[in-house]
Unconditional design. Sequence first.
Length: 238
Amino acid sequence: MRITPEHIIFEDRILLIANKPAGMPSSATLKKEQMHFYGALQKYLELREGRATYLAIHHRLDQDTSGLLLFCKKRSFNKAVSDLFLHKKIHKTYVALAHLENEILPSMVKNFLRRSKKSPMVMESCKAQDQGQSAETHFHLLAQHEKMALISAQPMTGRMHQIRVHLSELRAPVIGDAIYGKDKGLPHLFLHAWKLQFPHPETEVLMTVQVPPPEYFRQEAQRLFGPQIIHHLFCCCN
């Protein structure tokens, strides 16, 4: 995959926020030959600038999740950006299409998550703090049609697969989730990192950066809920 200017949603001398496509790891994996978004972005910047450039990645998305990733371009600001995450000054909002099996979607899940004993790449909830890490996600129902739902999710913590596990526990698994849901063989996971809000590490001005979901996501959402609500939610991102 080649990075293009369209992948970069915001950039200044310190920060770069890019839109990762679904199906691509955020960073390097155990498969050394596998292309990843961080590496592709580094190559793009080196070609654009004509020299090697510094770039630090500060959080990650699941391979099949699309959306916003925040990077730091200045080594001197790396700690300041890390502190935004450490002190929970960055607010992330995701949007998901899900199977809604219950009539009511609770507004929050707060529990503990750990890696499954059966597979280290699968997460599961546990009751005791000494067995896992705290995980909290807030949910809001944006639209509903029969047993299909458009849901926003705000993770207060950053555990692997957190949103997917919590939605599955609420009997609202993400469409296309073959691990925590029942969908097998679908080409896409309908989960997208939609918005980032945080104070700029240099100016402290509150920033809100957002990007609409991919075309396949918007088309399916429009088919389910109609064009008006999808335009209302995502038109300001275009």
